[in-house]
Design a protein around this ligand. Sequence first.
Ligand code: C2E
Ligand code: CA
Ligand code: CA
Ligand code: CA
Length: 278
Amino acid sequence: VAKTQSLGVFVYTCAVDGHSPQRLALFGDLRRALDLGELELHYQPQISTATGALVGVEALVRWQHPARGLVFPDEFIPMAEHTGVIGPLTRYVLGAALAQARRWLDARQALLVSVNLSARNLLDESLPGQVADLLAVHGVPAELLQLEVTESAIMIEPARAQRVLTALAGLGVRLSIDDFGAGYTSLSQLKTLPVSELKIDRSFVLTMATSPSDALIVRSIVDLGHNLGLSIVAEGVETAAALATLTGFGCDTAQGYLLSRPVPAGAFDLWRAERQLL
Ligand code: C2E
Ligand code: CA
Ligand code: CA
Ligand code: CA
């Protein structure tokens, strides 16, 4: 299936994979969905491998579609990118995540909240100003917000991405390189980016147990990151064995189905209360 490059190519892709009417309807609905508040965030915990303490959450967007039920981001983020809705969508997600961070603060919980940025967001030089405004509106300290960006998103226009990321870091917001190991960040570039965390791509974490070379890659990323003064988080932690391996490698933080699937804020609060991670 062709990669989406323009609206025309996208529509063609939909037509050949047999989902044309539904996908096209979805696409027309997305802007309206934003206005109607049909997008919601689910939260997935991140825990310290050393202590088991809860250190933060990743906010993951879902679309509560009136006819189709829960729609996952892989189905609509690409559309949002190719139709320009991604700007407003990211603003919405940031606002919702910061409102939740504020509710947790009011309950005496200082949780680091990670939000995903799209490639297009990194080309938008107005983003740092928007983030500053949203932090002020919601009264959340910048250090409690982390933004996840992928290597491939940075590589589209590295100079501009670097400017946007530097401005964001200047606010005190933390930056994480998502899906690390799956792309092509050069080591020299990694050194110049104002990043505080590497997030090891889940493809390596999922296959660590059966692939010695993937286990070696994971261990190497942990060592590389630590040598650069970065914190390392592994996603896709599905088994106790994977968690034990990561702990042995010195990986700082773990995230995955073993701990919890992404769930709405209410379910997350129950999960936390039950696990007594307070
Ligand atoms: P991602 O940033 O790599 O997010 C991690 C994905 O892995 C999530 O899928 C999560 O539910 C899933 N996951 C978590 N733990 C495990 C595990 O133990 N095993 C496996 N196999 N998977 C696990 P999700 O929520 O469907 O999100 C898919 C992608 O959509 C994300 O990948 C991210 O690139 C994008 N996305 C999600 N929310 C947003 C958003 O608010 N804005 C933007 N721009 N992109 C988003
Ligand atoms: Ca992510
Ligand atoms: Ca990821
Ligand atoms: Ca991804």
